[in-house]
Design a protein around this ligand. Structure first.
Ligand code: ATP
Ligand code: MG
Length: 654
C-alpha cells in the first residue's frame, strides 16, 4: 500500500456562488448530467462548436491504446477557427489583443488585423519552403508576433515548437535539434525587468559550432524588430519579419487538414526531471482548449476582457493565450514584461486600465504579491474583475483566500484548474456559478473528463483515501506521444496502470467526503515519516497559513530514526519582518505545524531563506532542496530560472 498518502491538513471553508453569477453563467448544472449520459456524444457536440471543412463521423478511436484518435475522419484548419471565421461572422472589428509592452507602449489588434497578418506570414513561410509537417521553432518574447507566428505555422499544417524566451542557447539548441526545425522565428530582443534581453544572439549561438556529424536543419531565421540592440546578421539565412511580412500578399486560403494532423511539440517544464517533448494534434486539442476556456472562464466574448499571464512558452500560454481564447473570439490582454516593472503594482495598473474581468495566473505569482503586502493592490481599482483562475501548482488555502479577498474584492469565484502539458487543456476545475468552491481544492473533473484516485495497483481509494491521480478515459486534447520516443511515452504514462488502461499523471491526490479532489504534490515528493506518507502540499499549506510565511517548500530528508524527516524552507513576509524580530521564528513555525496538523508533520528543520528554487514557469523544484537537506551536491539545475539561487540557499542552510 505504498501509494497511500495520509491526509493531515483540514480546510473546511466553502464559498457558494452568488445567485446572480449562477443565473448568468455559461455552464449550468445540467452539463454534468449531459456529459455523463453519453460522453462521446458530449465531446462531439463540443467539437461541432468549431468550423470543420469536412465534418467528422467518428468520435473516438481507442482501438490501439495508448494511441488515441479523435474525430479522425474530420478535416479542420486550426488557424481558420481562431481567425477567419470570426471575421466572416462580422466580428472583424473586435479587439483580439490588447497588448502592452513592458516600457509602456501599446497595440490594439483586431481579429481582422490579426487574420491579415497571419495570412501574410503563412505566405512567407510557404515561400521559404515550409510546408505540411515541417517543424518551426518559435523563440519570442510576449509580443503579438508570437501569437501570429503560432497561428501562421498552424495555418499551413506545419508544427510549431515554442521555446520560452528565457532559455539558454543550449536549451534552445537541444529543442531545435530534437524537433529537426527547418526555420526559427525570433526577435532582436524583448523587454524584461526594464532591460532589453537579447534573443537573436542566443539563436545565433544555438545554431553555431556544429561538430562533425551534427546536422543543422535550420534554413532560415525570421527576426522581429522589437528592440534597438545591435545584432549580427547572416545574409543567406536571416530575414526581417517586418520586411517579409510587409511585402507578402494578404490573400491566403486556409487548407483543410486531418483532425489528427500534428499541431505542436512542447516541452514540459522540467520540475521532476528531463523535459519531455509532448506532441499535440489539431481537432481534439482545439475542441477541448476552446470548450474549457468557455465554461471554466465563463466567457462572454462581447463584454469580457480576459487576461492569462502565462508566457506562450508554456502550455498555459498555448491553450489559454493563443488557441482557447482566439477560437472563442475573446478580447484579451497580453503583457510583455515582468510584474514588478517599473513598479510593484504593474499588474493591478493593467487590470484597472483595461477593465480586466477575468484573471488567470499561478500560485507562485499570488504568493509573491502576498509577500509584498496588500497595500500595493489596494491602491488600484480592481472592481472590473469578476472571475479569478489559478494553475501550475496546488494553491495553498491561505493564498487562495488572499487572492479572493485582496484581488477579487471578496466577491469573485476562483477556479483552481488542474492539468498538465500532457493533458493539453484543463481537466479538473470548479465551474464558476455551479460549484461551491473550497480554498485549496481543484474539486471536480470537468464534464466529459473521467478521473480517479487509486493505489499502486489501480484500485480506487474512495472518499478520504490519498493515492495516485489517474485519468480513466481518453480525452480529446490528450497528448498523442513524446516526439520521437514512443517507448518513453508508454513507459512514463501508461505502463503503471496498463491493466486498467488508465493514464498515470504523476501527482498524489485524495477525494474528500464530498468527492472533491485535493492535489497533494508530486508522487516523487511524497515523504515517508515513521511509516506515515505525508504530502508536501498539506504541510506547505499549514506553513503558509501562519501570518509570518509568504512561501514554503517542504521535502523529506533521510533520517536515522524516522526513515525520513520533514525539512521546510520558508520565505518570511516583508511586512512581518518589519514588525517582528527574526529570532526564534524557525522554532515558532515548527510548533505551529505541530499544532495545525499534529506532531508527525512537525518539521525537523525549518530554514528561513530569501528565495526558493523554481523552474522558469515558477514551480518549486523540491528535488534540489532535498539535495541540500541531505547534504548532497545539488543536481541538474538547467531548467532553473535563477541558477544562483541554489548556492544562496546552501549558504543560508549552513
Ligand atoms: P515535468 O513533467 O518535466 O516534471 P511539469 O510537470 O512541471 O514538468 P507541467 O506540465 O507544466 O510540467 O506541469 C504539470 C504539473 O503541474 C501537474 O502534474 C501538477 O503537478 C502541477 N499542477 C498544475 N496545475 C495544478 C493545480 N491546479 N493544482 C495542483 N497541481 C497542479
Ligand atoms: Mg509533469
Amino acid at each position: 500500500m505504498s501509494s497511500q498518502i495520509d491526509h493531515v491538513f483540514d480546510e473546511t471553508r466553502v464559498f457558494p456562488p452568488s445567485p446572480e453569477f449562477a443565473a448568468a453563467a455559461v455552464a449550468q448544472p445540467e452539463i454534468y448530467t449531459e456529459a455523463a449520459t453519453d460522453r462521446e456524444a458530449f465531446w462531439a457536440k463540443q467539437a461541432r462548436e468549431l468550423d470543420w471543412h469536412t465534418p467528422f463521423t467518428e468520435v473516438l478511436d481507442w482501438s490501439t491504446p495508448p494511441f488515441a484518435k479523435w474525430f479522425a475522419d474530420g478535416e479542420i484548419n486550426v488557424a481558420y477557427n481562431c481567425l477567419d471565421r470570426h471575421v466572416e461572422a462580422g466580428n472583424g472589428d473586435r479587439v483580439a489583443l490588447l497588448w502592452e509592452g513592458e516600457p509602456g507602449d501599446e497595440r490594439r489588434i483586431t481579429y481582422a488585423e490579426l487574420t491579415d497578418e497571419v495570412k501574410r506570414l503563412a505566405n512567407v513561410l510557404e515561400g521559404l519552403g515550409v510546408g505540411h509537417g515541417d517543424r518551426v521553432a518559435i523563440y519570442l518574447p510576449m509580443i503579438p508576433e508570437a501569437v501570429a507566428s503560432m497561428l501562421a505555422v498552424a495555418r499551413i499544417g506545419a508544427i510549431h515548437s515554442v521555446v520560452f524566451g528565457g532559455f539558454s542557447a543550449d536549451s534552445l539548441r537541444s529543442r531545435i535539434d530534437d524537433a529537426g526545425a527547418k526555420l526559427v522565428i525570433t526577435a532582436d530582443g524583448g523587454y524584461r525587468k526594464g532591460k532589453a534581453s537579447a534573443l537573436k544572439p542566443t539563436v545565433d549561438q544555438a545554431l553555431a559550432d556544429r561538430g562533425e556529424g551534427e546536422q543543422n536543419t535550420v534554413e532560415h531565421v525570421i527576426v522581429v524588430k522589437r528592440c534597438e540592440n545591435e545584432i549580427d546578421w547572416n545574409d543567406e539565412r536571416d530575414l526581417w519579419y517586418g520586411d517579409v511580412v510587409g511585402a507578402a500578399s494578404n490573400a491566403h486560403e486556409a487548407q483543410a487538414f486531418p483532425a489528427e494532423n500534428p499541431l505542436f511539440i512542447l516541452y514540459t517544464s522540467g520540475t521532476t526531471g528531463k523535459p519531455k517533448g509532448i506532441l499535440h494534434t489539431s481537432g481534439g486539442y482545439l475542441t477541448q482548449a476552446s470548450y474549457t476556456h468557455r465554461v471554466v472562464f465563463d466567457l462572454k466574448p462581447e463584454t469580457d476582457v480576459y487576461w492569462c499571464t502565462a508566457d506562450i512558452g508554456w502550455v498555459t500560454g498555448h491553450s489559454y493565450v493563443t488557441y482557447g481564447p482566439l477560437a472563442n473570439g475573446a478580447t484579451q490582454v497580453m503583457y510583455e514584461g515582468t510584474p514588478e516593472t517599473p513598479q510593484q503594482g504593474r499588474w493591478w495598473d493593467i487590470i484597472q486600465k483595461y477593465g480586466v474581468t477575468t484573471l488567470y495566473t499561478a500560485p507562485t505569482a499570488i504568493r509573491s504579491f502576498m509577500k509584498l503586502g496588500r497595500e500595493i493592490p489596494n491602491q488600484y481599482d480592481l472592481a472590473s474583475l469578476r472571475l479569478l483562475g489559478s494553475v501550475g501548482e496546488p494553491i495553498n488555502p491561505e493564498a487562495w483566500i488572499w487572492y479572493r479577498d485582496v484581488i477579487g474584492g471578496s466577491r469573485t469565484p476562483i477556479v483552481d484548474t488542474w492539468w498538465q502539458t500532457e493533458t493539453g487543456a484543463i481537466m479538473v476545475s470548479p465551474l464558476p456559478g455551479v460549484t461551491a468552491t473550497k480554498p485549496g481544492s481543484a474539486q471536480v473533473a470537468l464534464p466529459g473528463v473521467s478521473i480517479d484516485v487509486v493505489d499502486d495497483d489501480g484500485r480506487p481509494q474512495g472518499a478520504g483515501g490519498g493515492g495516485l491521480l489517474a485519468i480513466t478515459e481518453p480525452w480529446p486534447s490528450m497528448l498523442r506521444g513524446i516526439w520521437g520516443d514512443p517507448e518513453r511515452f508508454k513507459e512514463t504514462y501508461w505502463d503503471k496502470f496498463e491493466k486498467q488502461g488508465y493514464y498515470f499523471a504523476g501527482d498524489g491526490a485524495r477525494f474528500d467526503e464530498d468527492g472533491d479532489l485535493w492535489l497533494l504534490g508530486r508522487v516523487d515528493d511524497v515523504m515517508n515519516v515513521s511509516g506515515h506518507r505525508l504530502s508536501t502540499a498539506e504541510i506547505e499549506s499549514a506553513l503558509v497559513a501562519h501570518e509570518a510565511t509568504a512561501e514554503a517548500a517542504v521535502v523529506g530528508a533521510s533520517d536515522e530514526t524516522t526513515g525520513q524527516a520533514v525539512v521546510a524552507f520558508v520565505i518570511i513576509k516583508e511586512s512581518y519582518l518589519k514588525a517582528h524580530a527574526p529570532e526564534g521564528l524557525a522554532q515558532l513555525l515548527r510548533g505551529w505545524v505541530g499544532e495545525q496538523i499534529g506532531p508527525i508533520a512537525r518539521p525537523r528543520d525549518v530554514y528561513i531563506v530569501a528565495e526558493l528554487p523554481k523552474t522558469r514557469s515558477g514551480k518549486i523544484m523540491r528535488r534540489l532542496l532535498r539535495d541540500v537537506a541531505e547534504g548532497r551536491e545539488v543536481g541538474d539545475t538547467t531548467t532553473l530560472a535563477d541558477t544562483m539561487v541554489m548556492s544562496t540557499i546552501s549558504a543560508q542552510v549552513k
